[in-house]
Design a protein around this ligand. Sequence first.
Ligand code: AHR
Length: 306
Amino acid sequence: GGGSNAATGAGAGGKGPIVMGFAQVGAESGWRTANTKSVQESAKAAGITLKFSDAQQKQENQIKAIRSYIQQKVDVIAFSPVVETGWDTVLLEAKRANIPVILTDRAVDSEDKTLYKTFLGSDFVAEGKKAGEWLVKDSQGKSEVNVVELQGTTGAAPAIDRKEGFAEAVKAAPQIKVIASQTGDFTRSGGKQVMEAFLKSNPKIDVVYAHNDDMGLGAIEAIEAAGKVPGKDIKIITVDAVHDGVQALADGKINYIVECSPLLGDQLMDLAKKVVAGQSVPERVVTQETTFTQEQAKAALPQRKY
Ligand code: AHR
């Protein structure tokens, strides 16, 4: 970003620390809290000055934050878009101001790939597939498996992609049916509320597929309140593997977790330095992730950092 560097004397010119404006989604989940911490700690370690804003899961707040970073002439903007669409105008404003943008965690659905330099984050479709593949194996020999799905925030990349990946994988087993699917907004309270409604209107639920741990943890509360045993009467599959999720898995209340790593900070700061220095970066950086069974959760729990 030439223009901004000239104006601030920072960044590529090497005169001062790089200034990054980071527009976070919110604080909706344990994952998000860990992600924020990672970004803040990594910025500090990398000597990058971080301007941080929390959009409380509202796109208009994120757009406002990005506009204010443009006005402040930061060297680089990083953000995790709450939803996929509706970013072209503000990203064009950043481009015209010569401020490079890095997408982190979530993607935008934009035709114009020149509006951002790179996208660092997980493959959410692959995560959904892994969840579905586990269920296909677990459903062998069963004649009917009724699934309720707790979706993430409507319009968010992880909600769209985790739904799609799961649906694709479970096609392999026609006895698996998704009988209800609704958003719980990636929050514990959202997951609990939607699960309460699902339990009232569906007499036979065999499996909950929650797009994140927090909604799964909320569903556990609803299932227990209804006098059923989570992990036994109703199996639960989630995504993330934050500490509380892995704990519930080790305790037998969740049956399987697909990992989504929130620890993106170090990679983000590396990419930011390169982008500000005008070096080329890969257009996509995919996070390495694993999966956890109940046994693996017991073994992994003591080392989980978040
Ligand atoms: O974008 C990543 C998702 O957002 C996480 O899986 C979820 O917990 C968070 O809210």
